[in-house]
Design a binder for this molecule. Structure first.
Ligand code: SF4
Length: 374
C-alpha cells in the first residue's frame, strides 16, 4: 500500500467505509480526500441535490477544498470559428438553420485571425482557448478539418490548453485532433436522458455518448455538461449529473450553462433559471464529481458578483472570459480581473489540473503515469 493510501486507511476509516471507493483521487487531491466514486445511484444524487441549500454548499465547499485550490479559477476564452447554418435542431440554439434568429451563418474562419484571438486571450490571462464550429459533425469537411488541426497545433504551441467543439466525431477524427495537440473536446449531454428528446431530435443521447467515448479513447480530456433553464425539472438536472457520474472516467470539465433565451428559437420565452437552482446544481456536481473542473459557462454575465461568488463557494472553478461566448455575451477580462482580485481569486496556470496534464504526459511518454495513489 502506498504511504498516502496507508494514511487514508489509518486516519479516515469512517469516510472510507461511508464512501465506496472505485477510483483513488489524483495527485490534485489532498491526502484526506475521500476516493472518487463512479458507482453513484440516482437516488443518492437526488438526496444530495434536495438537501438544505446552505448545508449543500458547505459540503460542496469542503469537497472542493479537498480536491482543488479554492483560490484558483480557470480562465478560458471561447471563439466561434464557424457561425450558424447548423442542420441540427437544438431548441436553445440560435445557430440552427431551422430557426429564424439574429445569428447569421458565416464560413469557417481562416487560421490567422483565430491565432490572433488566442494570442490576445493569452495576453489577458486566459490559459485555455476553445473553438466552436456550428456543425452536426465533421464528416465531409476535409479542408475545414485540416485548417482546424492547424489552429490546434499553433495554439497548443503557445502553451495554452486547446479545446474544440465541432459536433460529432469519429474515433479517427478524435485521433487526429489528439495528434495535433488537442487538450479537451466539448460535447455536452445538455440534460437528462429522458428530457433530451424534448430538446433535440436530430441526434440521440447515445450518439452524444458515442462521441464522448471516441474522445476518451483518443486520450483527450472530456468537457461535457449541460444547460439549465430548458424547461427541465430537478430530477433532470440530477439525471444529467448521474449520467456523467457513472462514467468510468468522469469528464475533466463539467460546464453548467444558464440558458440565455434567444428570439426565434423554440425556447425564446423560457424564464431565467433561478439562482438557487444554479447553485444547487453546481454544488451537487462538485460533490459527485470531486476532481472535475465545474465550469460556470453561458449566462454568467446575467449573474451579479455576489451570485457568482456563491457559485464559486459551491465549487465552480472555471469561467469563460473575454469578448464573446459562441453567440451570447461574455464577461470581459478587465471586469473579471477586478472581481477576482477583490475576492482573492487567481487564474489557474495551463495544465494545472493534474488529470488533464497527465493525459498530455501520457501522449509524450510511452511509460504510463500511475492514475492514483492507493
Ligand atoms: S448546439 Fe451545436 S449542434 Fe445544436 S444547433 Fe447549435 S451549433 Fe448545431
Amino acid at each position: 500500500m502506498s504511504r498516502l493510501a496507508c494514511m487514508r486507511a489509518v486516519t479516515r476509516p469512517s469516510i472510507a467505509s461511508r464512501f465506496l471507493a472505485t477510483v483513488a483521487p489524483t495527485p490534485n487531491s489532498r491526502s484526506d480526500a475521500p476516493p472518487t466514486r463512479h458507482d453513484w445511484s440516482r437516488n443518492e444524487i437526488q438526496g444530495i441535490y434536495d438537501g438544505p441549500l446552505l448545508d449543500l454548499v458547505y459540503r460542496a465547499s469542503t469537497v472542493h477544498r479537498q480536491h482543488h485550490d479554492p483560490s484558483k479559477i480557470q480562465l478560458c476564452t471561447l471563439m466561434n470559428i464557424k457561425t450558424g447554418g447548423c442542420s441540427e435542431d437544438c431548441s436553445y440554439c440560435s445557430q440552427s438553420s431551422r430557426y429564424s434568429t439574429p445569428t447569421k451563418a458565416s464560413p469557417l474562419l481562416e487560421v490567422e485571425p483565430v491565432l490572433e484571438a488566442a494570442r490576445k486571450a493569452k495576453a489577458n490571462g486566459s490559459t485555455r482557448f476553445c473553438m466552436g464550429a456550428a456543425w452536426r459533425d465533421v464528416a465531409g469537411r476535409k479542408r475545414g478539418f485540416k485548417r482546424i488541426l492547424e489552429m490546434v497545433r499553433e495554439i497548443r504551441g503557445m502553451g495554452m490548453e486547446v479545446c474544440t467543439t465541432l459536433g460529432m466525431l469519429t474515433p479517427e477524427q478524435a485521433r487526429l485532433l489528439k495528434e495535433a495537440g488537442l487538450t479537451a473536446y466539448n460535447h455536452n449531454l445538455d440534460t437528462s436522458r429522458e428530457f433530451y428528446p424534448q430538446i433535440i431530435t436530430t441526434r440521440s443521447y447515445d450518439d452524444r455518448l458515442g462521441t464522448i467515448n471516441a474522445v476518451r479513447e483518443a486520450g483527450i480530456s472530456v468537457c461535457s455538461g449541460g444547460i439549465l433553464g430548458l424547461g427541465e425539472a430537478d430530477h433532470d438536472r440530477v439525471g444529467l449529473i448521474y449520467e456523467v457520474a457513472r462514467m468510468p472516467e468522469h469528464p475533466e470539465s463539467f460546464p453548467v450553462n444558464a440558458l440565455v433565451p434567444i428570439s426565434g428559437t423554440p425556447l425564446e420565452n423560457n424564464e431565467r433559471v433561478p439562482h438557487d437552482t444554479l447553485v444547487r446544481t453546481i454544488a451537487t456536481a462538485r460533490i459527485v464529481l470531486p476532481e472535475t473542473i465545474i465550469r460556470l459557462a453561458a449566462g454568467r454575465n446575467t449573474l451579479s458578483e455576489a451570485e457568482q461568488m456563491m457559485c464559486f463557494m459551491a465549487g465552480a472553478n472555471a469561467v469563460f472570459t473575454g469578448e464573446q461566448m459562441l453567440t451570447t455575451p461574455c464577461s470581459p477580462w478587465d471586469v473579471d480581473k477586478e472581481m477576482m482580485g477583490k475576492w482573492g481569486l487567481r487564474g489557474m496556470d495551463s495544465f494545472e489540473q493534474k488529470n488533464v496534464a497527465r493525459k498530455e504526459d501520457a501522449a509524450q511518454c510511452p511509460i504510463k503515469i500511475p492514475t492514483g495513489t492507493g
